[in-house]
Ligand binder design. Structure first.
Ligand SMILES: NC(=O)c1ccc[n+]([C@@H]2O[C@H](COP(=O)([O-])OP(=O)(O)OC[C@H]3O[C@@H](n4cnc5c(N)ncnc54)[C@H](OP(=O)(O)O)[C@@H]3O)[C@@H](O)[C@H]2O)c1
Length: 272
């Protein structure tokens, strides 16, 4: 991996967040998850994105221990399952499953029951040292405003669906105004954009994979990217995005694929 792959973003609370992370949604708990996380750590990833809802925190923790990479070198995110329960009690369970003393980032997975419902509990989890930073996921600009107005800690991060088809410019701008770092989830459209002809043409001209082009596009927009894969070669290749750049023209072509109209919403098909 190129040395720039360790690129980091500084969060408003002063903590540092690696720009590239491995996502483990839909990665089966057990051997598949342990291997995937281990391959990522071996390839130089220093950021893993899991969630209570994914059911694989134990495997993430096992891979981390087996890798021999010091705990303080790896940024671990988990997410509060927001349909019930207390963020503090659920964080304590996550820490036991992960086998760590604290997570680096603890997110409200989605604004179930409204944007503020979980936030006081998230702040308590931060105060108790269960997480080094706290943030949100799937929050619109209006929901972000509401939680910021109600709370005493500003979310450090908003993790949202972001790729050329879901560019949501006004939401990204709103996050920037509040100094909230945006993380791009499903940066490959859960795989559905990997054969897109526009992306393929740009990738072909650059001698890159379509996945690398999609990830690079998000990084050049200043976002953190969280690609998921369970294949060792793909995990390694997805990290090779810091040794090339997309031209302004290629960026504009990809920007033109947006289907959100630059929305300030976080999601078109809410499941909550
Ligand atoms: N906060 C939220 O609500 C939320 C929601 C969705 C996702 N996320 C986070 O974002 C992460 C990524 O999103 P995602 O899981 O939707 O998927 P994604 O990263 O957009 O795409 C993953 C898919 O692309 C395939 N793939 C990956 N790299 C490839 C490559 N180089 N060549 C060919 N195929 C490749 C993977 O297949 P293989 O695995 O077979 O390689 C998988 O089918 C999640 O894992 C999760 O951490 C968060």
């Amino acid at each position: 991996m190129s040395e720039n792959a360790a690129g980091v973003r500084e969060l408003a609370d002063g903590n540092e967040l690696p720009v590239l992370g491995l996502g483990v949604w839909q990665v089966q708990d057990g051997r598949t998850c342990v291997d995937s996380v281990r391959w990522a750590l071996d390839a130089g990833y220093r950021h893993i994105d899991t969630a209570q809802a994914y059911g694989n925190e134990e495997s993430v923790g096992r891979a981390l221990r087996d890798s021999g990479v010091p705990r303080e070198e790896v940024f671990i995110t988990t997410k509060f399952y927001p349909e019930g329960g207390d963020p503090v009690a659920e964080a304590e369970k996550s820490l036991r499953r992960l086998g760590v003393d604290q997570v680096d980032l603890y997110l409200v997975h989605w604004p179930a029951g409204g944007p503020t419902r979980a936030w006081a509990g998230m702040e308590r989890a931060l105060e108790r040292g269960l997480a080094r930073s706290i943030g949100v996921s799937n929050f619109s600009a209006a929901e972000l405003d509401t939680v910021i107005a109600a709370g005493s800690v500003v979310p450090a991060v908003n993790q949202v669906l972001f790729n050329p088809w879901h560019r949501r410019t006004r939401l990204v701008e709103a996050c920037a105004r509040h100094d909230v770092v945006v993380e791009a989830y499903s940066p490959l459209g859960t795989g559905r954009y990997l054969d897109d002809p526009t992306v393929s043409k740009i990738a072909g001209a650059l001698g890159r994979t379509t996945a690398q082009v999609l990830l690079r596009w998000a990084v050049q927009h200043g976002l953190v990217v969280l690609p998921k894969s369970t294949h060792q070669d793909r995990i390694a290749a997805n990290a090779q995005i810091f040794d090339f750049a997309l031209s302004d023209e290629d960026m504009a072509v990809l920007d033109g694929l947006d289907e959100t109209g630059g929305t300030e919403q976080a999601h078109e098909n809410k499941w909550w």
